[in-house]
Design a protein around this ligand. Structure first.
Ligand code: SF4
Length: 375
């Protein structure tokens, strides 16, 4: 039955490659995007997902900290930043960052995810102090901090070589990089939407250097704005090549763009159909990435439950205090409790595994324990 379905979708050849464990080509990637039969793509992605990760669905109890929203890059898709001198701009001092960490000290958080704008006023010492401040309050937490774009800024103010800067951040307490800032590896999109920010070559060089000094990272792709299919496939191919070289990527995270309050909010933005396809194509193309994450806060908990059958094996986590796409009008805090995450995964028919930022297993909750915890 599935053979017929896949043949009708024009995916018989790709199906055979998936069964044989053969790498998919750039043209295969285009075909996966162009077939209207999304369930067929999802079926193929699920074969790979279950081969690599079984029924496991990873989640993390984590806290997000955005240390500054001041940024001089003016990306047209961004609703988070305030330009320098804008009264809405803020910078958290190391003490304020510690207060944020203490706020949730009773919750056994295992990951802190910290990113911010590219703030030209911050000195190098600030970044080291903030990292040390977090580790002072929560020494055991895995700290995932600074996108590749921020790392470039930190290197600039450090006036040191990239590897030395990364090593000093690591020694201060950074355990991994979240990998944002890549958007889509396309000169055209770069020129159109984020020309003040560095390009894909620089992003890849920063990731390569981080991996080589022992700092693993994630990788992302922002979709649903002006990007085209061939650009997304190219993005996967470039990431896959670097992973072959360094094996430093932990997870790939497709990021569903939110148009609201951006300079291009007239664009319609992604759909649920697109969210699922990005997850599925990523799982199929990125054969050397151990994990594909469905970031529920960007594509909704409902889509994430389905995505666990379309290639995703990770749903991110509690995400306490996420600010990047938060609506200041409704002031809607975005977070899930552990119980909610366990219920989501159990209802989706997968096996919940609590992890830290480096995918060390924290807990494998038994089904009978599901719905008993409330943090
Ligand atoms: S996406 Fe990042 S670099 Fe671009 S404007 Fe927003 S905060 Fe700045």
């Amino acid at each position: 039955m599935f053979d017929t379905l896949l043949a009708q979708a024009g995916l018989a050849e790709i199906h055979q490659k998936v069964l044989d464990g053969e790498r998919l080509s750039y043209d295969d990637g285009l075909r996966l995007y162009r077939t209207p039969n999304l369930p067929a793509v999802g079926y193929l992605a699920n074969l790979v997902r279950e081969r690599m990760n079984g029924h496991r669905a990873y989640f993390v109890r984590n806290q997000h900290i955005n240390y500054t929203n001041v940024c001089n890059k003016s990306c047209l898709f961004c609703s988070f930043y305030a330009p320098p001198k804008d009264p809405a701009g803020y910078v958290l001092s190391p003490e304020q960052v510690q207060d944020r960490v203490r706020q949730y000290i009773t919750i056994p958080i295992s990951e802190i995810h910290m990113v911010g704008g590219v703030n030209p006023k911050l000195p190098y010492s600030y970044y080291l102090d903030v990292v040390r401040a977090i580790k002072e309050v929560r020494p055991a937490v895995s700290l995932k901090a600074f996108t590749m774009i921020e790392i470039e800024q930190i290197r600039r103010v450090a006036k040191k070589p990239l590897d030395e800067t990364l090593m000093e951040l690591k020694e201060a307490g950074v355990d991994a990089l979240p990998g944002g800032g890549a958007e889509v590896f396309s000169d055209r999109v770069h020129e159109e939407l984020f020309q003040a920010k560095s390009d894909s070559d620089k992003w890849l060089e920063t990731a390569r250097t981080a991996h080589l000094i022992g700092l693993p990272s994630n990788a992302t792709m922002l979709y649903g704005h002006v990007e085209q299919t061939d650009e997304k496939v190219y993005h996967f191919v470039k990431l896959r090549e670097l992973q072959d070289e360094t094996n430093g990527f932990l997870a790939f995270i497709p990021l569903s763009w939110h148009p609201e309050r951006t300079a291009i909010e007239h664009l319609p933005g992604p759909t649920g159909q697109m969210d699922l396809r990005e997850i599925a194509v990523a799982r199929l193309m990125l054969d050397n990435f151990p994990h594909i994450k469905s970031f529920w806060i960007m594509n909704s908990p409902a889509v994430t439950q389905v995505a666990l059958w379309y290639g995703a094996d990770d749903m991110d986590g509690s995400v306490l205090e996420y600010e990047i796409t938060r609506d200041p009008v409704t002031d809607r805090m975005q977070a899930l409790t552990r119980t909610q995450m366990l219920d989501m995964i159990a209802e989706a028919g997968r096996e919940p595994i609590e992890r830290d930022a480096l995918y060390h297993i924290i807990d494998r909750p038994e089904p009978m324990r599901i719905v008993t915890s409330d943090k």
